[in-house]
Ligand binder design. Structure first.
Ligand SMILES: *Cc1c(COP(=O)(O)O)cnc(C)c1O
Length: 367
């Protein structure tokens, strides 16, 4: 098993004469290197760079750009990613435009002379929108723009952005890759030598690195990624089938449904449709009271933010993960009072079904 090398510094044979590849653990650490190589292999990348969180990985990637550069960003990205663009990088002159990336022709038109990066998430959060990575990679390539894909929701087991033409895959390893809700981590994976070098430079200069212990934990989680993802997908499909038939559900968002607008693209670029489900509950004009009652009644699903762990989680984006968005922004994305997001875990699927029924009974009483 990979040793956890806790050393912050490494003895040298003489001044400047290193015994091996390491001198100081911010610049490089053997446990972190093992993780970086494993993540790179999973994404089919030459270079892997691991960080202390997904947000640190995102920030490092943006720090490869400079003041005056412009980034085109999907309008349905993770809230923390939006905040990095809107509240942090903006202060340093990095310009960002948020738009629906569904139509590659519109994306091509939106590229400006100073656009350096196209940033997307697919499936997106929480609406599980699908964007065509190969089509957008073509647009990016023609415009000499870096295509960054946040692959957190799919994982390389279900989707490999680099194979589809993306320049770099970004991850919050906090989610499925570690998979046990006990690490916060992130990574960027690329085969572009210049970008890989820049990322390593930012990593050691800015220093948001993954600790040796957490690197070990993510490596340990990765050993079961394949079996976990297979079961997440299998159970999600059973629950989607159950939910689409339910009278208290107005709509189910899942790329595996033929009625999903991104289904054909998802079927082409993904090996499975994932373990995340969003659903609209029939709350009428009662606000979030019925959906909150639904969530409070659940006993197998835990009411919590985050996703991708062995435990099933349920949350209400309007007042939890997406509370920081303006009501107008939520409305335009389709995040209403009845929208519930589920991260389907590895419990017995019959227990999960029964738990949802418990939620529906509580919701009915609140209507
Ligand atoms: C959680 C998440 C992030 C941020 O990662 P942290 O590890 O929480 O910093 C980025 N993108 C997506 C899609 C996420 O779900």
């Amino acid at each position: 098993m990979t040793p956890i090398v806790l050393a912050s510094t490494f003895a040298q044979d003489g001044p400047g004469v290193l015994k091996g590849p390491y001198d100081y653990s911010r610049a490089g650490n053997p446990t972190r290197t093992a993780l970086e190589q494993c993540l790179a292999a999973l994404e089919g990348a030459k270079h892997g760079v691991a960080f202390g969180s997904g947000c640190a990985a995102t920030t490092a990637l943006l720090l490869t750009l400079k003041s005056g550069d412009h980034v085109l960003v999907g309008d349905d990205v993770y809230g923390g990613t939006f905040r990095i663009f809107d509240k942090v990088m903006k202060q340093f002159g990095l310009d960002a435009t948020f738009m629906d990336l569904s139509d590659p022709a519109k994306v091509r038109e939106a590229i400006r002379p100073n656009t350096r990066m196209l940033w997307l998430e697919t499936p997106s959060n929480p609406m599980l929108k699908i964007f065509d990575i190969a089509a957008l990679a073509e647009v990016a390539k023609k415009a000499n723009v870096t295509l960054a894909v946040d692959n957190t929701f799919a994982t390389p087991m279900l989707q490999r952005p680099l194979d589809l033409g993306a320049t770099v895959a970004v991850h919050s390893t906090t989610k499925y890759l570690n998979g046990h809700s006990d690490v916060v981590g992130g990574a960027a994976l690329t085969s572009d030598d210049e970008l890989g070098e820049k990322l390593h430079f930012i990593q050691k200069s800015v220093g948001g690195v993954q600790s040796p212990f957490d690197s070990y934990m993510v490596l340990r989680g990765l050993k079961t990624l394949g079996v976990r993802m297979r079961q997440h997908v299998k159970s999600a499909e059973v629950l989607v089938d159950h939910l689409t038939r339910h009278g208290l559900v107005t709509r189910v968002f899942y790329p595996g449904l033929e009625s999903h607008p991104g289904h054909a693209v998802a079927a082409r670029q993904m090996k499975g449709f994932g373990g995340m489900i969003s659903l609209d509950l029939r709350v009428g004009d009662k606000g979030t009271a019925p959906s909150a009652a639904f969530l409070r009644a659940l006993r197998v699903f835990t009411c919590a933010e985050s996703l991708g762990g062995v435990e099933s989680l349920a949350e209400l984006p309007a007042i939890m993960t997406h509370a920081s968005l303006t009501p107008e922004a939520r409305r335009s994305l389709g995040i209403g009072d009845g929208l519930v997001r589920l991260s389907v875990g590895l419990e017995d699927v019959e227990d999960l079904k029964e738990d949802l029924e418990r939620g529906f009974r509580a919701m009915e009483a609140a209507l």
